[in-house]
Ligand binder design. Structure first.
Ligand code: M6R
Length: 611
């Protein structure tokens, strides 16, 4: 996820673009850049780091042009360097583009363009710029349209060409683009952005580009075309949000927005990483020969907090699919233990931020002891990503709320793919591989079904808002889900919560139960269903209130609780991807009901860079 802003009008473009980038910085912030048409030439400046760095670099430059594009990057292809920052030129530096999304067939296109073009970066976007340049015969829109018929992937794209100093062309497939239209009272200006937040201080009138549409603003006129190059009539809509609301895309908090991002970003986590026909997944980042992969006799997953609970789900997957003994170690413990690690041990370090100090220290310790160390990280170019000898980005996009949500589900997704990759090398059959991949592909739709129950979950959260303590229970793969549910609840609502495997209740914890001590039980239909049901019945017998997560259609649950959240059925190993979404919503609504600062809970930081 990156941020795009473009301007064409009568004002100086630069201040509008820099202000717009600041509004969009939440979408990505590893590097930024701007390109403006100045006297029929394109002037471009880029910088690594936050928008402040770019603004600093630009402050002594003279930009007077009225047409420009800018970008704040969240790296997907290629490291965080100035070279890789957008905007990207073609060869003759007359055509320039900014892009959000992933061009999946960029290698093929690069090969097709051959020696005629010189590439300076590691990005898929630069290849797209060269493709458009290659197809350019005097009409920028036609060149963009032709190029887009040749690419596979997703994009929000804005292009300029110095031969057409009063033209901007934009296109969308899978990544949003909003066009602000300010043509009243002598204004004659248009804004193109990834969301409405940078536009709203100029105009509330917008059009939303739809997939497969191409927009051309030229000589003060705006037209939208479909892929057959026919004009499409677009309605101008009035936005009611203010600027802050727009950044959150209308959601009251980043956390809720990020919970709702999950069906979309989940697709980004798995895209291009599996082959359904052969029931296999392939994460190139493993960076090991087949022989080395076969030699692995132990896997250790190292992480903190939510990332460690994602790791616990991964443990079940590695053991079940690949038969490799797997443990999960909390980073702060691993670094001070005497871990038994050798050159047959594969260590995955899991971290959303890629900067967690304890996880970083554990990584260094594992490397020192000679293990294969790979990262599963969200933030591209982060320290953990750089210090591991391989690994995989989870592509969840920026996660700004302190409580981790979409990074959890995407980490689980990537671990499942790794487990399948090892599994198919070892003991998982083609049929099982296929079944897992098919089930993974159904997850976004099933997540959406849970998100649609947000209001119902809110009613349950409000009912229990005066609860001082809560216990979460689950079994098997849902035990980490219970741990994650309890962590989510306590960190943002400050309600005390703990989690236990259902079978552990009788060994002490059951003494706590009373009529004002609710239990949240995860009781979906899987091989441990009957065991879990017995645990819930034991709770009911002690008259403690029960909230249930159950599988859709499981009518037999009605006698156990008044408060049931039904989730769609999936394969057992994949259940955490759904059940956790329900628990995230429960924690969120509880915190809101209690008037907590949901996105910035007390005493916590998003990235824990101290021991
Ligand atoms: O950035 P990391 O994934 O390494 O962070 C690990 C934990 O600090 C993090 O998951 C923390 O537990 C979250 N606040 C949980 O929502």
């Amino acid at each position: 996820m990156c941020g795009i802003i473009g301007y064409i009008g009568k004002k100086e473009a630069l201040p509008i673009l820099i202000k717009g980038l600041r509004r969009l910085e939440y979408r990505g912030y590893d590097s930024a850049g701007v390109a403006i048409i100045e006297d029929s030439n394109i002037k471009r400046i880029r910088s690594v780091g936050r928008i402040d760095n770019l603004a600093d670099k630009i402050k002594n430059e003279k930009f007077t042009g009225h047409v420009g594009i800018a970008h704040t990057r969240w790296a997907t292809h290629g490291g965080v360097t100035e070279e890789n920052a957008h905007p990207h030129f073609g060869c003759d530096e007359k055509l320039v583009i900014v892009h959000n999304g992933i061009i999946e067939n960029y290698r093929e296109i690069k090969e097709m363009l051959g020696n005629k073009h010189t590439f300076k970066t590691e990005t898929d976007t630069e290849i797209l710029a060269h493709l458009i340049e290659n197809n350019y015969t005097g009409d920028l829109r036609l060149a963009v349209e032709k190029s887009l018929t040749m690419v596979r992937g997703t994009y929000a794209l804005v292009a300029m060409h110095s031969d057409h100093p009063d033209t901007i062309v934009a296109a969308r497939l899978g990544s949003p683009l909003v066009v602000g239209v300010n043509t009243d009272n002598g204004h004659d200006e248009y804004f193109i952005a990834s969301d409405a937040s940078p536009i709203l201080s100029y105009t509330k009138k917008v059009i939303f580009l739809d997939d497969n549409e191409v927009l051309e603003i030229s000589g003060g006129k705006m037209n939208t075309f479909n892929i057959k190059d026919e004009i499409v009539q677009k309605n101008i809509e009035e936005i009611e949000w203010d600027e802050a609301e727009a950044q959150k895309q209308g959601f009251p908090h980043f956390m809720l927005k990020e919970i709702f991002d999950q069906p979309r970003v989940f697709v980004d986590a798995i895209r291009g990483r599996y082959d359904l026909k052969n029931g296999i997944s392939f994460l190139g980042g493993i960076n090991m020969t087949e022989e080395e992969m076969h030699s692995v006799n132990k896997i250790i997953l190292i992480a903190c907090g939510t990332a460690s609970y994602a790791g616990m789900v991964g443990k079940y997957a590695f053991e079940r699919l690949a038969g490799i003994p797997t443990t999960v170690e909390v980073s702060s413990e691993f670094r001070y233990s005497d871990p038994i690690v050798d050159d047959k041990t594969l260590v995955f370090v899991l971290s959303q931020s890629g900067e967690t100090a304890d996880t970083l220290a554990a990584l260094r310790e594992a490397k020192r002891k000679g293990a294969f160390v790979r990262g599963v990280v969200n933030v591209v170019g982060s320290t953990i990503a750089r210090e591991t000898d391989g690994g995989t980005y989870i592509h969840a996009g920026p996660e700004l709320a302190v409580a981790s949500t979409k990074a959890y589900t995407n980490t689980v997704a990537v671990l499942l793919l790794y487990a399948l990759q090892f599994g198919r090398l070892k003991r998982t059959s083609l049929a099982t591989g296929e079944r897992i991949l098919k089930a993974l592909l159904e997850i976004p739709e099933k997540m959406t079904k849970i998100l649609e129950q947000s209001d119902k979950i809110k009613v349950i959260a409000e009912k229990y808002k005066n609860t001082k303590n809560m216990m979460f229970i689950g079994r098997g793969v849902n035990y980490p889900v219970a741990l994650e549910g309890a962590l989510k609840l306590k960190e943002i609502s400050y309600v005390h919560a703990d989690a236990f495997p259902g079978g552990e209740l009788k060994h002490g914890h059951i003494a706590l139960l009373s009529t004002d001590f609710p239990i949240f039980a995860i009781m979906t239909k899987n091989q441990l269903y009957d065991k879990m049901r017995s645990n819930v019945e034991e709770i009911k017998a002690r008259k403690a209130p029960v909230i249930l997560i159950a599988t859709e259609g499981d009518v037999g649950t009605k006698d156990l609780s008044e408060d049931i959240i039904y989730v769609p059925e999936t394969m057992e190993l994949l259940e955490p991807l759904l059940n956790s979404v329900a628990l995230q919503l429960f924690a969120y609504h509880t915190a809101v009901t209690l008037g907590r600062d949901v996105d910035r809970p007390r005493n916590l930081a998003k990235s824990v860079t101290v021991e």
